[in-house]
Design a protein around this ligand. Sequence first.
Ligand code: ZN
Length: 111
Amino acid sequence: MRSPSQPDLELRGRLIRSLGALREMLPGSFVERQRACGRSRCHCADGKRLHSQYQISVLMDGKPKALNIPASLAEKVREKIEMRRRFDAAAATICGINLKRFLKEKGKRST
Ligand SMILES: [Zn+2]
């Protein structure tokens, strides 16, 4: 039941089909922090050339956690967290379309 005269339904269909690509999404937010490792002979000891530390900041069982991520996985994790943002944005758009359609349908029926 697709018609070019219903752009909302086309958009909804396109969004729904795009969600499969987001199945590896991760919750929380991506955090990059600079820190010194504490070793006196390390290049970070000057307090300027610090180490990057990557974390996922996330609620687990209702409690905030900061999970360390190895640098080798940081870019992947950043993308997966971004997927969640896109998923939420798509869900919000779909809900908006459906609400509009629901109100229109309801308007037809109300007396
Ligand atoms: Zn260091």
